[in-house]
Design a protein. Structure first.
Length: 124
């Protein structure tokens, strides 16, 4: 069984959050290609190694996370970590290969909060 170290975030995005927060668009070699990437300190990232789920309505963390790639490996731990941070519901889930982001972080902006939960091992 292979192991894949990965970063996980949960988010709560309201109606005032940016519509294109996760959309990558090339401008030039210096400008970050998305707001998400910019706030994570990355110029760009490879969507082949980043899974993002963004349903409209917030739902319980377990329900949001269950069914994502390798979720059996980390579901209970993510739910516990979220609860320890007071997160009971979210409408954004992000799973990214550890190599895609050097310094992942929690960020807050107008209409949204994105919590970095940490590094988790995915087994598959």
């Amino acid at each position: 069984m292979s192991e894949y170290p990965s970063h996980i975030w949960l988010g709560l995005f309201g109606p005032d959050a940016p519509d294109n927060y996760f959309v990558q668009e090339y401008v030039d070699a210096e400008t970050p290609q998305s707001q998400f990437g910019a706030e994570q300190g990355q110029h760009s990232f490879d969507y082949d190694f980043v899974e993002i789920s963004f349903p409209n309505d917030a739902r319980p963390v377990r329900e949001l996370v269950d069914g994502h790639s390798y979720s059996a490996s980390y579901l209970d731990t993510v739910v516990q970590k979220a609860a320890s941070l007071g997160i009971t519901e979210a409408n954004v889930f992000i799973l990214a290969s550890k190599d895609e982001f050097e310094r992942p972080r929690t960020v807050t902006g107008p209409g949204y909060k994105l919590w970095y939960l940490g590094e988790f091992v995915c087994r598959g």
